[in-house]
Design a protein around this ligand. Structure first.
Ligand SMILES: [Ca+2]
Ligand SMILES: [Ca+2]
Ligand SMILES: [Ca+2]
Length: 174
């Protein structure tokens, strides 16, 4: 079975029965809340503005058309919890980082100074950097203490690369 088939899909987009002669195919464009399971999921949210929470595991997530949000609320782990986003669109899609996991980030929009992106970047380059992105590989790291002794942790990989991504593509949520 395709692993995505096991996912619970919640939220419905106003389907109406019998009220209108012209049936609107709203189901092609639903905005949904999609929760992954504990394991490695393959998720395709398709059309609509979706909120996708892949959960624990190495998940492969496709937001599809629409402005999609990826809520990460599990501790990143090198071998067991790094998520691939196959079609991240900077300026349209966004990461929502849960403060219970990304503890050293301030709630709200990620500040400019807390973000660092460059080719082959994989760790902070000053004391303020917390989110680091390798523009070439699309790897996204969380560096909890900036340029301190703790290693940056890989939490996501943007499979289409990270050319246009900026601090404003990240929001820290409670
Ligand atoms: Ca998962
Ligand atoms: Ca995951
Ligand atoms: Ca979508």
């Amino acid at each position: 079975m395709h692993p995505g088939a096991a996912l619970r899909r919640q939220g419905r987009g106003g389907e109406r029965h019998g009220q209108y002669r012209h049936h609107h195919h709203l189901h092609y464009n639903l905005s949904e809340v999609i929760n992954g399971l504990a394991g490695n999921d393959t998720i395709n949210a398709r059309g609509g503005n979706d909120l996708i929470t892949p959960g624990n595991g190495n998940d492969f997530v496709t937001g599809g058309p629409g402005a999609d949000a990826y809520l990460l609320d599990f501790k990143p782990k090198k071998n067991s919890n790094v998520d691939h986003i196959t079609d991240f669109q900077p300026g349209i899609d966004e990461f929502r980082l849960d403060k219970s996991v990304f503890k050293k980030l301030k709630l709200g929009d990620l500040g400019k100074k807390a973000f660092f992106a460059a080719k082959k970047a994989n760790e902070a380059h000053d004391g303020n950097d917390r989110i680091v992105v390798d523009r070439k590989s699309g790897e996204c790291f969380y560096d909890s203490d900036g340029m301190g002794g703790k290693n940056a942790k890989l939490f996501a990989i943007l499979d289409t690369g990270a050319k246009g991504i900026g601090h404003d593509d990240f929001v820290v949520v409670a």
